[in-house]
Design a protein around this ligand. Structure first.
Ligand code: ARG
Ligand code: ZN
Ligand code: CA
Length: 255
């Protein structure tokens, strides 16, 4: 991409408890994080080790709340729905009103983000391109969304949504899909070093695995599992993969 593209977003807030009904301000704070992270305008990219600063990529993707609802009326790009469900899981129940959630806005045109209570151990999940339209989008726990309000350390810098939208745009985890089982697992991106498995919390550089010495794992990548304040970059290869998705399976978002 030579010029930025903009993805329209709707945020569906689902709440059983009042605190789960997060504020508009918290939602705006998340959109701001996305517009920094996918444009390489995040201040903390200064934490990237010198050996990789040349790989830090501007993905040229921007986000804005949808200004028109599915019926063609002016909208805020935010829906709020009270639910009888006290905690959701990985079964997509939040994506249909029949199961205590709310149906998506047209997923061919709009990135749907459901924000709800996912319990204490699940931060979020995403659907890759090519899946069923009725469940397309990303889901984020209300404590891992945005940078204010109910956002809770160490996942209070909006990076769960950055990570999940990476998946939505076809990025794999940088450690591949085997989660620590093999150095041969790939993320299909050449400029991210092979690494054995996920890194957690706040590793220090270098963190070597497989045969990736001396620089080791690129644990500060958004597609690893470190804390929000430790992840700060996509690579040029990852940006190219996301851009290919925008011209390929997700092209309808830009019609
Ligand atoms: N575990 C989740 C996933 O695989 C998200 C991890 C996000 N990490 C973070 N620091 N926010 O999709
Ligand atoms: Zn992930
Ligand atoms: Ca790689």
């Amino acid at each position: 991409l030579d010029t930025p593209v903009t993805i329209s977003v709707v945020v569906h807030v689902l709440y059983n408890q009042a605190e789960e009904n997060i504020s508009d301000e918290q939602i705006f704070s998340q959109i701001e994080v996305l517009n920094k992270d996918f444009r390489s305008r995040n201040d903390d990219k200064s934490n990237v080790p010198e050996v990789w600063t040349g790989l830090v990529a501007d993905a040229n993707i921007e986000f804005r709340l949808a200004m028109v609802d599915p019926s063609g009326n002016t909208a805020t790009g935010i829906t709020r729905t009270e639910t009888a469900v006290t905690g959701f899981g990985t079964d997509n129940a939040m994506k249909a009103s029949a199961t205590g959630g709310i149906d998506p806005w047209p997923t061919d045109r709009i990135l749907n983000i459901w924000v709800c209570n996912l319990g204490e151990s699940l931060l979020g999940y995403a659907q890759f391109p090519g899946g069923p339209p009725e469940t397309d989008g990303v889901v984020i726990d209300y404590r891992a969304f945005g940078i204010t309000g109910t956002a809770r350390a160490p996942f209070n810098l909006g990076r769960t949504t950055t990570h999940e939208i990476g998946h939505y745009l076809n990025l794999s985890h940088i450690f591949g899909d085997g989660r620590g089982s093999s150095c041969a697992d790939t993320d299909y991106v050449d400029d991210t070093p092979n690494q054995l498995g996920p890194n957690y919390q706040k590793p220090s550089f270098p963190s070597v695995s497989c045969n990736n010495a001396p620089h080791g794992d690129m644990f500060m990548n958004y597609m690893d599992y470190v804390d929000d304040d430790t992840m700060c970059m996509f690579t040029e290869g990852q940006a190219a993969r996301m851009n290919a998705t925008i011209f390929g399976p997700r092209a309808s978002l830009f019609q």
